[in-house]
Design a protein around this ligand. Structure first.
Ligand code: PEP
Ligand code: MG
Length: 579
């Protein structure tokens, strides 16, 4: 019998490969059995440290730059004789072998912590050496992202941004037990073009090595699919290289979300009309030291060059919460999503923001290209005004802010009076509107971007954009849903920014509807009483508009009458059935 598992498809595409898991570190204990032969145990420990060092060295050889340096330094830690000596001493006192390794490592971690600064930042690496050595001793897979040398579907409870950022070429799809449509796993998967399904708890019971078929569009995961389903179909939507517009020529710029220079080069090679969101924090997720102005200038200049005359919107670092940056310590917070993140971190580390603005201005100057800059997590017009003054003080001329906090949406007109544009981050705006953690898979329904409450806030921002005659973009994942893209345009959004892979579908959907039809769809969605009802009513009216067009009806405004005719038919049918 065929088993079908269901989750939430968050990154389109289909892949089929054996399942591999993100292994959790083994927990050791003083109660573990003690090896019978102490001399043999000492040899095992020495060999385990050596094997871990050799593996890390081999990984260092496959990557470049700072990542390679970190891996080489970590390999050297595994060979530190004092570490081995400490483990041996503990074993001599009767501690089980694996636990002796854990305790020896923790002892060194404490010392590094006390020394502070750069050395304290090595604690995570040293713990990783411990986890790897313990895994080697127990003969279980190494913790972290597997790199078996052949294609695999990676399954995990959830992925940290750093895990997702370290995905190798072996991983062809992702399935997580938790995580919502706007989690960073979803965003990174889309930017890497990897099919991904999140919120699929049943993946936990599929054995490693089982061949699984993952459909990132429908959210279906099928273990042991029949042979004829193992061949993976190609993408279905052809790429369109004309600028985004509705059927009656109302322009909607279709831009790209990027996080790295590689993303930029790939997006620039498509028909993308520019960058609507450059998540600069993705450049530095694994950095221990603050990137200097010269390095940042080089990267930003390369992105501006790649896009030539096309618009590029760079977001200043959105650090904190689920995107901690090692070089930007923010202290412990009980509720980091409601704490120091985004623009708020500039209060603690003002130099980091100034360096970034300096680098952006220098990159614009060096390349002769225009750059738009925007700040994340802005709540008030005062914050927007201060940011705009600061950016303009660095010579940047087009300054915007993200609308991610309901307060900012409610007062969008005041914000737009002090900046040049806004961009709605529907991922966070959804999270804060619904009071639902965007990383929590179980809350996926509340985080559905079709939630009418979220659409009401987008409508307020669209209205503010019309009143002030300033652009309103959407760069959250809502823009990647083609049907919802039409609704957003109907709500007054002037540009949509998505992973490049989502552009063709949005382009096709917009070019099938007039601006008036988008407005009618938006009204329908906002009148619905739930996310599902909003999606269903818009799907229905868009379908009806298509039918009406095929039948030769006038396109403009066709959604309303066509839908009403169907509603009338249905109303009559149920009245007849009832009588
Ligand atoms: C958003 O919140 O919608 C957004 C685009 O920002 P991020 O997903 O990076 O938080
Ligand atoms: Mg955000």
């Amino acid at each position: 019998m065929r088993t079908i598992l269901r989750g939430r498809g968050v990154s389109p595409g289909v892949a089929c490969a054996p399942l591999a898991r993100l292994a959790a570190p083994l927990v050791t204990s003083a109660e573990d059995p003690v090896g019978a032969d102490p001399a043999a145990e000492r040899v095992r420990v020495r060999e385990a440290f050596a094997a871990v060092a050799a593996d890390l060295e081999a990984r260092a050889g496959r990557v470049q730059g700072e990542t390679a340096e970190i891996l080489t330094t970590t390999a050297a830690m595994a060979l530190d004789p004092s570490l081995l000596a400490a483990a041996e001493d503990l074993m001599g006192a009767g501690t089980p072998t694996g636990h002796a390794v854990t305790l020896a490592i923790e002892g060194f971690c404490e010392q590094l912590d006390v020394l502070g600064g750069y050395l304290a930042e090595r604690v995570t690496d040293l713990r990783d050496v411990g986890h790897r050595t313990v895994a080697h001793l127990a003969g279980v897979p190494m913790p972290g992202v597997p790199a078996p040398g052949y294609p695999v579907v990676l399954a995990a409870r959830d992925l940290a941004p750093a895990d997702t950022a370290s995905l190798g070429a072996d991983v062809v799809a992702l399935v997580t037990e938790e995580g919502g449509p706007t989690s960073h796993t979803a965003i990174l998967a889309r930017s890497l073009g990897l099919p991904a399904v999140v919120g699929c708890p049943d993946i936990a019971s599929v054995a490693e090595g089982t061949t699984v078929l993952v459909d990132g569009t429908t959210g279906v995961v099928e273990p042991d699919p029949p042979d004829e389903r193992r061949a993976v179909p190609a993408a279905m939507v052809p790429a369109a290289d004309t600028p985004g517009a509705t059927a009656d020529g109302h322009r909607v710029a279709l831009l790209s979300n990027i996080g790295t220079l590689v993303d930029a080069e790939q997006a620039a090679a498509t028909a993308s009309e520019g960058v609507g969101l450059f998540r600069t924090e993705f450049l530095f997720l694994d950095r221990r030291t603050r990137p200097d102005v010269a390095e940042q200038t080089r990267t930003y200049a390369a992105v501006l060059r790649a896009f030539g005359d096309r618009r590029v919107v760079v977001r200043t670092l959105d650090a904190g919460s689920d995107k901690p940056l090692p070089f930007l310590p923010l202290g412990h917070e009980e509720n980091p999503a409601l704490g120091m993140r985004g623009l708020r971190t500039a209060a603690v580390h003002p130099g980091v923001l100034d360096d970034q603005l300096t680098a952006l201005a220098a990159a614009a100057e060096e390349t002769g290209r225009a750059v738009d800059v925007m700040a994340p997590m802005v709540a008030t017009a005062q914050e927007a005004e201060r940011f705009a003054a600061r950016a303009r003080g660095h010579g940047l001329t087009r300054v915007g802010v993200m609308i991610e906090v309901p307060a900012a949406a409610l007062r969008a007109r005041e914000l737009l009076e002090v900046v040049d544009f806004v961009s709605i981050g529907t991922n966070d705006l959804g999270q804060y509107t619904m009071a639902a953690d965007r990383t929590a898979g179980a809350l996926g329904d509340l985080l559905d971007p079709w939630q009418p409450a979220l659409l009401d806030l987008v409508a307020m921002v669209g209205e503010a954009g019309r009143t002030t005659d300033k652009p309103v973009g959407v760069c959250g994942e809502a823009a990647a849903d083609p049907l919802l893209a039409a609704v957003l345009v109907g709500l007054g959004v002037t540009s949509l920014s998505t992973a490049p892979a989502s552009r063709p579908a949005a382009h096709a959907q917009l070019s099938a509807l007039t601006a008036q039809e988008c407005r009618v769809a938006a009204d329908r969605a906002r009148s619905a009483r739930s996310a599902d009802a909003a999606r269903a009513t818009v799907a229905e009216c868009v379908h009806d508009a298509g039918e009406a067009r095929v039948a030769g009806a006038e396109p403009t405004g066709a959604v309303g009458p066509a839908r009403s005719a169907r509603a009338d038919r249905q109303g009559r049918a149920s009245a007849e059935a009832a009588s």
